[in-house]
Design a protein. Structure first.
Lengths: 256, 409
């Protein structure tokens, strides 16, 4: 089943889906394993594993620091593939995606990177700095392999642009809830409501909403307006403050 | 060829949230480019507010001393704020006015682009925030002082290698939140399209002038033109005057740091430098990076050249053999600077001194009827702390110690 169909099926029994995020190798690969196990046990639908990059320009201070620390720990792209393979095999109910910046894909070799992503049982990729205009071969290869190259909607997207992007969308569309980098607080107001309505209207695949979602109220507010809530910076902060074991209860609490 | 590409280099690798911002910027840039009154307004502004045209100085003493080709120096140090940076900045300032934005942000390495941007913002009445790597804040403190006095907010960047690339990342992070009223004044011929092309256009004023001036003084084209290359904006500026003259050899001089073999350098184009193709900071070029694509730390005595990437336009010109690339070490830079000051009375910035190094190596081997131009992209007095430190100057140290004691009281 392709990712979009799978997510749509899951929505028949759940009011909203959850996607979580972590930076591979931060704080350590072992901590990643703990965290992912708890996410899986608490019914997370998708997990984006971020392959660290030295220039994460779309990320805010928390994820930026996690990228740097991970690289200082010596995390390699190979480590990310291996952890990914292990996790995809261990948690077959979770759909895994790689999130990264284009240079990582480019240096590995676009085709080789995507082929391996497919081979280890992942279902797609989220590349923050690769607009469709620069990603012709990336989109074509993903299509061939049956991977979802996730596209973005943003508050600055015109209706015209949304339709353009939606035409290329597979899996789900990542709806950036506000301007700015990851992790800053998002104010949920009327503007967000009308923006999400525009997104919904333009999209033919499920909508995932991220950038600043940190608690149960945020998730509850998204129900009916979006299909999947994305929790990024919040879990990294939580692991920093309370350790990996705090993640399970936190995830469980988001949907209670 | 695809828009924004130079051979295989360039492009616009931007996050989706900036799609509309770049669409607007491209529209404004293309409209300005098609409107000859815009260029005239720019030239008038630079003539009236800055010191354009800057002179092309015949360096009589250096020529005699080196005993070869006639040496001409294009004096961008005499441009307002002391470097070629003002050309690009004032041009973008006019564009910002046209776009109706109220705030500008910029990255800066040496601080020259930051000072120029802060100056432009003061002149045009824009709010201004400058991002500067913490390491550069420490080594270019006087420029931080001037930026703040000009009304800019200077934000030291403590991430990554705390130099130019990190300042650029941080400026992008600002921009993805603030694009509605803010323009990001990229300081060099790098970044996503249209920046390389647009900045090269504003800087072409250097080459346009230099071509006229060398014809007037030397009666024909120069044989070689030298410029230092960090991002590459001063080089692109002067080279554009001569790109269509196949007899003129163009030489870009990169930061050799402690020597290419040591790995502690900031050279992306010379043989053995280790740079490979990559995509970062919104564009594709040759970067100093690991095999997996992580950017490496770079080193140069000159903060303005201490950068992992290089202009996609220059990457292409280098690949096609139109521009020859060389490198100069920190030590050679100090020697060339000393010689230029002592016998010609000019003080090139450490960045610009890289170009002087290579010119000094080649001029003696050339004939007396040949001519070369060195682009003196900026003045060196901003570097007083670094230069005095590098020369280990005893009386300067004594002065600093005394002044520090005074402040401590």
């Amino acid at each position: 089943m392709d990712l979009a169909t799978e997510l749509t099926t899951r929505l028949e029994t759940k009011p909203i889906l959850l996607m979580t995020h972590l930076v591979v190798g931060y704080p350590s690969l072992d901590a990643n394993r703990d965290v992912i196990a708890q996410m899986a046990a608490n019914g997370v639908d998708c997990i984006e594993l971020q392959i660290p990059f030295s220039e994460p320009t779309a990320d805010g201070p928390v994820i930026l620091k996690a990228n740097q620390q991970s690289l200082n720990n010596g995390t390699s792209v190979e480590d990310c593939f291996r952890l990914g393979q292990e996790m995809a095999a261990a948690f077959p109910l979770v759909r895994f995606l790689f999130m990264t910046y284009y240079n990582i894909v480019f240096k590995y070799g676009e085709e080789a990177f995507l082929q391996r992503t497919k081979d280890i049982g992942f279902c797609g990729t989220i590349v923050a700095d690769l607009p469709p205009e620069e990603g012709e071969t990336y989109l074509a290869t993903s299509e061939q392999l049956g991977l979802a190259p996730i596209q973005f909607f943003t508050p600055t997207s015109t209706d015209e642009r949304m339709h353009e992007v939606a035409a290329l969308a597979k899996g789900f569309i990542y709806c950036v809830a506000r301007r700015g980098v990851t992790g800053k607080q998002t104010t949920f107001d009327d503007t967000l409501g009308s923006y999400l309505a525009r997104c919904k209207e333009a999209s033919t695949v499920p909508l995932a909403v991220g950038f600043g979602i940190s608690n149960r109220d945020d998730v509850a507010m998204l129900q009916g307006k979006a299909d999947m809530a994305v929790i990024g910076t919040a879990t990294i902060k939580l692991v920093d403050a309370e350790g990996p074991e705090a993640v399970g209860p936190f995830i469980a609490g988001l949907l209670r | 060829m695809k828009k924004g590409y130079f051979g295989q280099w360039g492009g616009a690798f931007i996050p989706e949230v900036l799609y509309a911002t770049f669409a607007d910027l491209n529209k404004a840039y293309e409209a300005a480019r098609a409107d000859s009154s815009f260029w005239q307004e720019y030239v008038d502004l630079m003539g009236n507010y800055s010191c354009r045209p800057t002179p092309l100085t015949f360096a009589e003493n250096l020529t005699r001393h080196l005993g070869g080709a006639k040496i001409y120096v294009k004096r961008e140090d005499l441009n307002h704020t002391g470097a070629h940076k003002a050309n690009n900045v004032m041009g973008q300032g006019l564009l910002v006015k046209r776009m109706g934005k109220k705030r500008v942000i910029a990255e800066t390495g040496a601080g020259q682009h930051g000072v120029a941007t802060a100056t432009m913002a003061a002149r045009f009445g824009f709010d201004c925030t400058i991002y500067m790597g913490e390491e550069d804040v420490a080594r270019q403190r006087p420029n931080v002082f001037w930026m703040e006095k000009l009304g800019a907010t200077v934000v030291p960047v403590t991430d990554g290698s705390r130099t130019l690339k990190d300042a650029m990342n941080e400026a992008f992070r600002d921009w993805v939140a603030s694009m509605d009223d803010t323009h990001y004044v990229i300081g060099t011929v790098c970044g996503p399209h249209p920046f390389p092309e647009m900045v090269a256009w504003f800087q072409s004023i250097i080459g346009i002038e230099a071509k006229k001036q060398i014809m007037a003084q030397h009666g024909r084209m120069p044989d070689r033109v030298y410029a230092c290359v960090g991002g590459g904006s001063n080089a692109m500026g002067i080279f554009q005057g001569f790109l269509d003259e196949p007899s003129v050899e163009l030489i870009g001089v990169e930061a050799g740091g402690k020597g290419i073999a040591t790995g502690q350098h900031a050279s992306r184009m010379v043989d053995g430098c280790g740079a490979t193709p990559g995509v970062a900071q919104g564009y594709k070029t040759r970067f100093l990076q690991s095999e997996e694509g992580q950017m490496l730390d770079t080193h140069s005595i000159a903060a303005g050249l201490d950068y992992v990437g290089v202009s996609p336009i220059l990457a292409d010109l280098g690949e096609k053999g139109r521009v020859r690339f060389e490198s100069a070490t920190d030590q050679e830079v100090l020697e060339a600077l000393s010689l230029s000051m002592r016998i010609e009375g000019i003080t090139p910035a450490m960045e610009s001194s890289h170009a002087f190094v290579q010119a000094f190596k080649e001029a003696p081997k050339m004939d007396k009827d040949q001519a070369i131009i060195i682009n003196m992209s900026g003045r060196g007095d901003k570097d007083i702390f670094t230069i005095a430190h590098a020369f280990d100057d005893p009386s300067w140290k004594e002065f600093i110690v005394k002044r520090a004691d005074e402040y401590r009281k």
